[in-house]
Design a protein around this ligand. Structure first.
Ligand SMILES: Nc1ncnc2c1ncn2[C@@H]1O[C@H](COP(=O)(O)OP(=O)(O)O)[C@@H](O)[C@H]1O
Ligand SMILES: [Mg+2]
Length: 485
């Protein structure tokens, strides 16, 4: 059957037998299939204040709510969630086969899934790890002949032995250091160094050979480009590669004292990308996708780019082989324009359901950028404690600078009625579970969705988005109980 719209999609997916369950840390992150999969359910870890609103459209089972205990953040992932006895019991009660739609797979999850008889809609962990490795990425870029950012991969010992001058002579005074072994992205393990002192400070921090409990072996040093972070979300299907629009990434809402390059959202429809640059990004993404396809990769993934607008040059930066940070907002934007969400094809591919598409027509639709933005709100410093009270998710309007009034229920981009409104969703964590000690400055407190591109100075988030993020931090967090380390 040819898929042209949501009704066609519903018809094709009505053939699913068993129980399709979206699995995520938060329910919002897996909400997209709610209106095209019958009896869609979500199994999530965190009790967030948006659950009652999301439950109006999807059944949600939440581990924190069931057990009354917090899922402690560091290292808690979908394997930990699914390995919990309460989660397994819940899934055992569903109509088999149990089919899980999740962020990404893990080796230990594959063992558990075999034992429990679950079907995982994700690339095998071994392939995902291989494809997501920065070393693999650099080799692929070389092999494909795509532009390489000046720099290279070095042993940690070499980085520790050499001085700032050595690297500055080769790469220029502004250097980016990335820890190749830190695979958890979003800016974790990225540092900017522009002086001897900064270099020395970083060396001190890394000399033990560990960062965020990860053993370090290799670092990537690169020339810091004067460039805009951007990305494309893609889906590899049996019919070819589907490609979303080139989207601007928001980076470093407030530059932190240690790591930099922290991903904190996206903007669509506000930047007029030079035609050449956009075409080049799409061509590069397609080549990378074809490389992954040959290795057996399918479904969703993302490619990050750095776009040097002045020199009109775009560099591929990394592959994110999983559901990407632009989702589910990108899909909400596409759906609002009557377009099919990319998650749909990921589900169809992994469930091996027969369908037809007009690939070119879809890609022509997807390349036109929608209009909107979202930002992820991080605490930015730690340790901190979450207040016991809860902040309502929903639509808000700025009453006066930095003060926002609740305007009503909402969780979807389409619930935003005016460009001035913001939508608070994907959190914040419920307060009734007692105090939450936040040890990670990059813990995700919630998201803000906005109907306009939300662009401010230097292509960063607008002042309104920044004020909204501050207001949320102020409202949900107690001030630091210990001095920040
Ligand atoms: N060579 C570079 N020049 C300028 N900015 C960089 C460079 N390398 C990394 N960055 C910044 O750091 C961010 C994170 O880098 P990236 O490789 O995408 O890692 P991750 O997203 O996994 O944290 C980029 O989006 C960009 O803002
Ligand atoms: Mg990135």
């Amino acid at each position: 059957m040819l898929l042209r719209d949501l009704d066609d999609l519903k018809a094709v997916l009505s053939s699913i037998r068993g129980s399709l369950v979206g699995v995520g840390m938060t329910a919002f992150s897996r909400i997209i299939p709610w209106d095209f999969v019958n009896n869609y359910r979500i199994l999530c870890a965190r009790a967030t204040s948006d659950l009652p609103i999301l439950e109006k459209v999807s059944d949600i089972w939440c581990l924190e709510r069931e057990t009354g205990e917090r899922c402690s953040p560091p290292g808690f992932n979908s394997f930990s969630l699914l390995a919990h006895t309460a989660s397994k019991d819940f899934l055992r009660r569903l109509q088999p086969p149990v089919i899980l739609f999740l962020y990404q797979s893990y080796p230990e999850l594959e063992v558990l899934a075999r034992r429990e008889g679950w079907m995982l809609l994700a690339n095998e962990a071994a392939l995902r790890v291989r494809v997501g490795d920065r070393r693999f990425f650099l080799n692929l870029i070389r092999k494909l002949g795509l532009p390489l950012i000046p720099g290279g991969l070095y042993r940690l010992e070499e980085f520790l032995e050499r001085g700032y001058e050595y690297w500055a002579t080769a790469l220029g005074p502004h250097i980016v250091v990335q820890l190749a072994d830190v695979t958890k992205g979003g800016g974790k393990g990225t540092f900017f160094v522009s002086s001897k002192d900064e270099y020395q400070g970083l060396k001190e921090r890394l000399k033990k050979g560990y960062w965020r409990d990860m053993a370090l072996e290799k670092v990537i040093l690169s020339k810091k480009l004067n460039a805009v972070a951007s990305s494309i979300t893609l889906c590899i299907t049996r019919h070819g590669v589907l490609m979303g629009p080139l989207q601007l990434q928001f980076i470093d809402m407030e530059p932190g004292p240690l790591e930099r390059g922290v991903f904190c959202g996206h903007s669509w429809g506000g930047v007029k990308w030079p035609h050449f640059l956009e075409e080049e990004a799409r061509a590069q993404a397609l080549l990378i996708a074809q490389g992954l396809r040959q290795m057996g990769y399918k479904g969703l993934f993302g490619v990050d780019f750095l776009a040097d607008l002045e020199r009109q040059k775009i560099y591929p930066k990394e592959i994110n082989p999983r559901l990407t940070g632009g989702l589910p907002m990108l899909s909400m934007l596409l759906k609002a324009e009557g377009k099919l969400p990319l998650e749909a094809f990921h589900l169809l591919e992994f469930m091996d359901i027969t369908y037809e598409i007009e690939l070119e027509r879809l890609n022509e639709e997807y390349r036109i950028p929608p209009c909107g933005s979202h930002v992820i709100v991080h605490p930015l410093s730690a340790p901190l404690t979450l207040k016991g009270s809860t902040m309502r998710a929903g639509v808000y309007l700025e009453r006066s600078k930095g003060e926002f009034d609740y305007k009503g229920v909402g969780w979807n981009y389409s619930h935003l009625q005016r460009p001035q409104e913001i939508l608070l969703v994907d959190g914040p964590p419920e307060g009734w579970l007692g105090p939450l000690e936040i040890k990670d400055p990059l813990f995700r407190l919630c998201r803000i969705l906005c109907a306009d591109p939300g662009l401010g100075q230097d292509l960063g988030p607008s002042n309104r988005l920044r004020r909204a993020a501050k207001w949320i931090r102020r409202s949900v967090l107690k001030t630091s109980i210990l001095p920040s380390l």
